[in-house]
Design a protein. Structure first.
Length: 282
């Protein structure tokens, strides 16, 4: 049963709250209960406590995940194939944070699951008790500090572009004009830092913003209509909404928000966690 999955969300450490979106824990999660994982511009650092699973990537290729690995920016959905119980810890970073903290260009990890080599001298005993939020966060801070390399500054125009592309459906051409740079320059820098183009980022963000909102699910908001969601997200019509949603998720919106319990479990307002109810950043 999907309801039996235990997924904990921990607030990011104070020193990294502008770079780390959240820390989440999968405890005894059955992989057969999971949906396709949606594309995302948020990079993750994942620690598998058991044997890591095999996945099917967006190109249809089977990949054996390393025990510790990065999840780079993903432009297509992917799926865990193994029927097994998953126990893991993941640090989810805001877009551009890995470039800022570690000097890691998103483009080099685009659609990759690169192995993370842990320093042998690093104490990872915090992985033995994932219910102890304080120790888990303290341990992850040590991991982050261990791999920090000074990082790179994020240009002000790129910061502004990221915010604008998450707020409204501004054209990329108008955005670049507003920033007094060429569209080619914006596209090149965006790809280098984020790992995808501005248009890819905007399309993926629009879908993620919808599926991560608990109020968009029938279980939480039975009266909500799909046309309301489409209008709020500035889709030109329902057909456009259906087409783009299925292109990204593999599912039509009606099925996703009313019957797709596998994904809605992650975003229900009463999800099992330690700090979700205190307010998670988007």
């Amino acid at each position: 049963m999907v309801a039996d999955m235990k997924i904990l969300f921990y607030n990011p450490p104070d020193d990294y709250k502008d770079q780390v979106k959240e820390v989440w824990i999968w405890n005894e999660v059955r992989s057969e209960n999971l949906p396709w994982i949606l594309p995302s511009y948020e990079m993750e650092l994942v620690f598998h406590l058991g044997f890591p699973p095999v996945i099917l990537n967006g190109a249809g290729k089977k990949i054996q995940l390393p025990k510790f690995h990065w999840v780079g920016p993903q432009t297509s959905r992917w799926k865990i194939l193994d029927n097994q119980i998953l126990n893991l810890v993941s640090i989810r970073f805001y877009p551009s944070s890995c470039f800022q903290l570690f000097g890691m260009p998103g483009i080099k990890l685009r659609n990759q699951y690169a192995e993370f080599y842990l320093d042998d001298k690093l104490d990872i005993s915090f992985l033995l008790d994932l219910s102890n939020e304080k120790n888990v966060i303290a341990g992850l801070i040590q991991v982050i500090q261990n791999i920090e390399k000074g990082g790179n500054d994020i240009p002000a125009y790129l910061r502004f572009a990221i915010v604008e592309l998450t707020k409204k459906q501004i054209s990329i051409g108008k955005l670049s004009s507003r920033l007094f740079i060429s569209r080619k320059q914006l596209d090149r820098k965006f790809k280098e830092v984020i790992g995808m183009s501005p248009s890819e980022f905007r399309k993926i963000n629009r879908i993620l913003d919808m599926v991560r909102n608990p109020d968009n699910y029938k279980i939480n908001n039975p009266a909500l209509k799909l046309t309301d969601i489409a209008y709020k997200k500035e889709f030109s019509d329902q057909s456009h909404f259906n087409h783009e949603f299925k292109e990204i998720s593999g599912s039509v919106p009606g099925l996703w928000f009313s019957e797709y319990e596998k994904m809605s479990h992650f975003y229900k307002s009463n999800a099992v966690n330690s700090s979700y109810s205190k307010g998670r950043g988007k």
